[in-house]
Structures are given as structure tokens and as C-alpha cells.
Write a protein that binds this ligand. Structure first.
Ligand code: ADP
Length: 408
């Protein structure tokens, strides 16, 4: 009798143990706010409970509609291999994770060799051998934001319904953790923006009030009016920059994809900044090759990038300085260097330069700005499949280089 029942009882006992482990993970998740730690807890539980060798969490990139590794565990994720893994973009078509995200259903693949969807670049880069995969979608408020995957069931057993159930429960937890981290980041961002907007607002309100006070000499009034105008303009620019930035971040910005003659864009940019350069006694030069400079993209946004870089090249220049726009065509790529003879940027600031709201310490005394321009420019260039690089020597000048793929 006993031998007939024991497998069922054993199964029940296992199920209870699994559920308790899931509950334990849920409890532990409440103890840490750090997303990385939370994901590690979820992944450790996933591989342990499904008896697998490795696991990955993929998130969907709203801009490119590709998947990237948010976190991974197991042999393929250790040390330097983990770094390589994080750089891999997994296509939506031609990967099991992509299939799960597109179909909103789990995928059970007991032998990847017989599944055409399997994407094998990750294995190639990490020398990991994937044999089997169980993947479930990460769903948040009805939206599929990514996938949770476990690899290689130990003993090469097939995945069970219980494995799917456990992984689905843990995926729901992972989705909550990811969403919370995002909300936290957004609330941080909003307070940062409000703080930034408050500075010009305070001075506008202050000076506007003083304009009406009795006994203020006319020349002071003229100065107050000028400050109000300047600060209000800055506020306007900040609002525009911020909206543009928010559109880019949320993936709502739709870029045009048309042939753009960058020779024309460079010449237009030079013409637009000429008055600003003249005002500061800065000579603007151009060196353009004879070769065609056509890229596929959004003309207005590409012009916006060059305008931002050139206007910085004037703002942060010295009196009587130079600003040069130097284009080169090489190996299917176009590079446009914007070189100034200005203040330069200290080495310790170079890696922070593209962060939102970052301004080199001391800049505020020279000229008012938002610290968003470079962040936006970098995103725009990258959205065109390009790169934005910077080189600088303090006291000598700075060169920003936009590198874009040329149209075929
Ligand atoms: P903003 O100019 O509005 O402050 P940006 O994002 O365009 O914002 O630039 C960020 C910071 O980078 C600036 O505050 C300035 O400190 C530094 N920077 C940008 N371009 C240059 C340049 N050509 N030379 C020196 N410093 C620069």
C-alpha cells in the first residue's frame, strides 16, 4: 500500500516545498530595494526550483524592439563572460525569448537543436552550451516587458507543468520589481527636473516683483527686465529640452528615415550660428570633403545635434577663438568633428558629460545651461546608428565627433 502512495505524497511534499520557497523569495524581496539584488534572488530561486543550470532575464528595448540581458546567472554569466553577454542584443524574430515576448506564452524547448527559433550567438560568445530552455513572458499591467528564461534542466529531463507554473509565478514577481525600480527612478527624475526649473523661476519672480517697487532707478529696472527675459528664455529652453529628452527616453520619438545631405546640414548649421559666433568674435571654419555625405535619417534632428555642439563650442570658447567643422568620409562612415579652442573639459568630467543635467563644475559661473543638450545629442546620434565621441585638453579646447553610417 505504502509504496503505491509514496510517489504522490513525495510529489505533494515537493510542491509544498517549492511554494514555500516562492513565498520565502517574496518575503526577501521586500527586504531589499535594490533591483540587482531582487533579480538575483528571483533568478536563484528560478534555477533552483526548476533544477536548471542557468537563467536570464530579458527586457524589451522600446526604441529598437530588441531584447537585452538585464541579468543572468550560471556559467555563462560569470565575470568577463557576463560582460559580453550584457552587450548582446537578442532579436525579436529568431530567438525563443523573442517568440515568448511576441506571443505572450511560455515556450518549452526540451532540445534546442530541434528548434529553429534558438538564437545561438550568446552560446558562441560565452562558450556555454544551451541544451534546453523554458521561457515565460514578463507581464506588467497587461504589457509584455520581457522574458524570464531558465536553461538546461539537470539530467536532461523534460520540463514539467510545475516548472512552468513556478517560473510564471517568479516572472510576475520579477515584473513587479522591475516596474517598482522604474517608478522609483521616474520619481527621482521628476524631483530633479522640478529642482532645475525652480532656479530660473525664483529669479524671474524675484526680479518681476522688484520692478514694481518704489524708488528703483530706471537703469536697474532695465537690468531686471533683461534678467527676467534671459531667465524666462532659459526656462523655455529647459522645458523644450526636457520634453525632447522625455520623448526620446520613452521611445515616443519617431525619427524620419530619409536621405539627408549632411553637407547641406553642416552649411545650414554654420549659417545659423554665425551671429552668435560674431557676437563672441569667434571664427568659424569648415573643411568638407568632395565625396557625397548622404546619411539616412531625420534632417531636423541631425541639425539639432550639430547646432547643440556648435553652440556649445561658442558658449564655452574664449574670446577671439576658433570653431571648426571638419567632415571626413571613410569606410562607409561619415565623421563630423566640431573642434573648439575653448576652456576644455577636465578628464574626471569626460565620462559624466553625457549624463542628464550634468554640467562641468564651475560652468554655471560662465554661462547658464540645462545640462541636457549633450544627453539628447548622444541619444539622437545613437538612434541613427551612430556614435558621439569627445576629446578634450583643459585650456586648449574640445572636439566632439559625430560618427554616422553613410547611406549605402
Ligand atoms: P549645457 O550647455 O546646457 O549646460 P550640455 O549638455 O550641452 O548642457 O553640456 C553639458 C556640460 O558639458 C556643459 O555644462 C559644459 O560644462 C560642458 N561642455 C559642453 N560642451 C563643451 C565644450 N565645447 N567645451 C567645454 N565644455 C563643454
Amino acid at each position: 500500500m505504502e509504496s503505491e502512495y509514496s510517489p504522490i505524497i513525495r510529489l505533494q511534499a515537493q510542491k509544498i516545498a517549492s511554494l514555500m520557497r516562492v513565498l520565502e523569495v517574496t518575503r526577501q524581496l521586500n527586504e531589499t530595494l535594490n533591483l540587482e539584488n531582487q533579480l538575483k534572488l528571483i533568478q536563484d530561486a528560478s534555477t533552483q526550483l526548476t533544477e536548471t543550470e542557468a537563467g536570464s532575464i530579458f527586457l524589451r528595448d522600446a526604441k529598437t524592439d530588441e531584447l537585452f540581458f538585464l541579468s543572468a546567472t550560471g556559467a555563462a554569466a560569470e565575470g568577463e563572460k557576463g560582460e559580453r553577454l550584457k552587450k548582446i542584443l537578442v532579436p525579436m524574430e529568431g530567438s525563443i525569448a523573442g517568440w515568448v515576448v511576441q506571443n505572450g506564452k511560455p515556450a518549452v524547448v526540451n532540445d534546442v537543436r530541434h528548434d529553429k527559433r534558438h538564437f545561438n550567438q550568446a552560446d558562441a560568445e560565452t562558450e556555454f552550451q544551451t541544451r534546453s530552455i523554458l521561457a515565460v513572458p514578463l507581464v506588467r499591467r497587461g504589457k509584455i516587458i520581457g522574458a524570464l528564461e531558465v536553461l538546461n534542466k539537470k539530467g536532461d529531463h523534460p520540463f514539467t507543468d510545475e516548472d512552468i507554473e513556478i517560473l510564471t509565478t517568479l516572472a510576475a514577481q520579477a515584473a513587479v520589481s522591475i516596474e517598482n525600480a522604474r517608478l522609483f527612478e521616474q520619481s527621482d527624475l521628476i524631483s530633479e527636473v522640478v529642482h532645475e526649473l525652480r532656479t530660473p523661476m525664483t529669479s524671474i519672480i524675484g526680479y518681476a516683483k522688484m520692478l514694481n517697487m518704489p524708488g528703483i532707478p530706471d537703469e536697474s529696472k532695465a537690468k531686471f527686465a533683461e534678467t527676467i527675459y534671459r531667465e524666462a528664455s532659459r526656462l523655455g529652453k529647459m522645458v523644450n529640452d526636457f520634453l525632447e529628452w522625455a520623448r526620446l527616453e520613452s521611445g515616443r520619438l519617431r525619427l524620419e528615415e530619409k536621405p539627408v545631405d549632411m553637407r547641406q546640414v553642416i552649411q545650414d548649421t554654420a549659417a545659423i550660428i554665425a551671429p552668435q559666433a560674431f557676437e563672441h568674435n569667434i571664427t568659424v571654419g569648415q573643411e568638407l570633403p568632395d565625396a557625397p555625405m548622404i546619411v539616412i535619417g531625420d534632417e531636423a534632428r541631425l541639425k539639432q545635434v550639430l547646432l547643440n555642439l556648435t553652440s556649445n563650442g561658442i558658449k564655452y570658447n574664449k574670446e577671439n577663438g576658433r570653431l571648426d567643422l571638419i567632415a571626413q568620409v571613410d569606410n562607409g562612415q561619415l565623421s563630423i568633428a566640431v573642434r573648439d579652442t575653448g576652456l576644455g573639459i577636465p578628464p574626471e568630467s569626460l565620462n559624466k558629460l553625457f549624463q542628464r543635467f550634468y554640467r562641468v563644475p564651475g560652468t554655471e559661473h560662465i554661462v547658464r545651461g540645462t545640462g541636457l543638450g549633450l544627453n539628447i545629442s548622444k541619444s539622437l546620434v545613437e538612434a541613427h546608428g551612430g556614435k558621439l565621441e569627445v576629446e578634450s585638453t583643459v585650456g586648449e579646447g574640445t572636439t566632439f565627433t559625430v560618427i554616422l553610417p553613410l547611406a549605402q
